[in-house]
Design a binder for this molecule. Structure first.
Ligand SMILES: [Zn+2]
Length: 100
């Protein structure tokens, strides 16, 4: 993220990143990148979110009735990225059970 990113975003703790790494190790058997075949996965420092579609359009921030939280895992060689559902990983970015 850019250096001017507000510090109010919740950064993943080392414990949370370790939890993601453990989940990947136990659930992702063939971890070669599908784009470049390297095995060089990294977890971004922040969870990311996707918005749900509202009546066939892409909603503006604040218009969406819900969103999904994900851990962003990316290949350090080519940048290929994977989103892993935070709820499945056992992370709750909202302080309660997130939308599923
Ligand atoms: Zn790659």
């Amino acid at each position: 993220m850019a250096e001017d990113t507000p510090t109010t975003f919740k950064k993943l703790s080392q414990e949370e990143k370790d939890k993601i790494d453990t989940w990947i190790t136990t659930h992702w058997s063939k971890r070669n990148c599908p784009l470049c075949t390297h095995i060089d996965w990294h977890t971004a420092n922040y969870l990311v979110a996707t918005l749900t579609i509202v009546e066939g359009k892409i909603p503006a921030v604040g218009e969406s009735p819900g969103h999904y939280g994900f851990a962003l895992v990316f290949c350090g060689f080519c940048g290929f990225s994977v989103l892993l559902h935070a709820n499945i990983l056992g992370l709750s970015p909202y302080g309660k059970t997130p939308n599923k």
